[in-house]
Design a protein around this ligand. Structure first.
Ligand SMILES: Nc1ncnc2c1ncn2[C@@H]1O[C@H](COP(=O)(O)OP(=O)(O)OP(=O)(O)O)[C@@H](O)[C@H]1O
Ligand SMILES: O=C(O)C1=C[C@@H](O)[C@@H](O)[C@H](O)C1
Ligand SMILES: [Mg+2]
Length: 171
């Protein structure tokens, strides 16, 4: 682990960052934060509302501020939003301030895992599969660029991923 002892989970929508982050923080007995939730709490509104009122750029401003603050805390588990790597400042802070874990998932699994949830404005379009494929092409190299650990989650249940992560982080 890097100096701060924090673990930052990155990856696309439906990779399991929020689910695995919560379980991992309980195992490691450290505090858990989800940057999407922090942004919603601070704003007093949900992500679709922020996208509607402020556009994606407004959301990204709020996200950059939240990531800067959260990555300065010591010994936390942080689940990030799927688009966090789009800003260079976020990549720099995540990479310098903790152990970055990229949770990889196929587009098929992402579609299955996000199908019922309406809280992801980028997927409320006619062809979410096309969108997920385009996002994957743009973002996968950026996730890889800052990842200390890469873990494939398609065929794994969240509890297995947490145990594997615990082993890799301690090792
Ligand atoms: N390894 C897994 N196997 C099966 N289901 C999973 C797995 N990981 C997550 N899920 C399920 O997929 C859905 C999406 O997971 P989650 O919200 O944790 O993703 P996320 O990476 O935080 O997405 P976002 O970037 O949109 O916040 C949840 O219903 C969760 O229970
Ligand atoms: O992939 C993305 O760009 C996003 C993922 C979600 O976690 C949220 O941060 C928001 O819906 C945007
Ligand atoms: Mg999440």
């Amino acid at each position: 682990m890097k100096r701060s002892q924090s673990v930052f989970l990155i990856g696309p929508m439906g990779a399991g960052k929020s689910t695995i982050g919560r379980l991992l923080s309980a195992e490691l007995k450290v505090e858990f934060f989800d940057s999407d939730k922090v942004i919603e709490e601070r704003c007093g509104a949900n992500i679709p509302w922020i996208f509607d009122m402020e556009g994606e750029s407004g959301f990204r401003e709020r996200e950059e501020q939240a990531i800067d603050e959260l990555t300065q805390m010591s010994s936390i588990v942080l689940a990030t939003g799927g688009g966090v790597v789009m800003r260079e400042a976020n990549r720099r802070h995540l990479s310098a301030r903790g152990t970055v874990v990229y949770l990889c998932t196929s587009v098929e699994q992402q579609l299955a895992r996000t199908a019922k949830d309406k809280n992801r404005p980028l997927l409320q379009a006619e062809n979410p599969e096309r969108i997920l494929r385009d996002l994957f092409s743009a973002r996968d190299p950026l996730y890889r660029e800052i990842a200390d650990i890469i873990i494939e989650t398609d065929q794994r249940n969240p509890r297995w991923v947490v145990q594997e992560l615990k082993r890799l982080i301690k090792g």
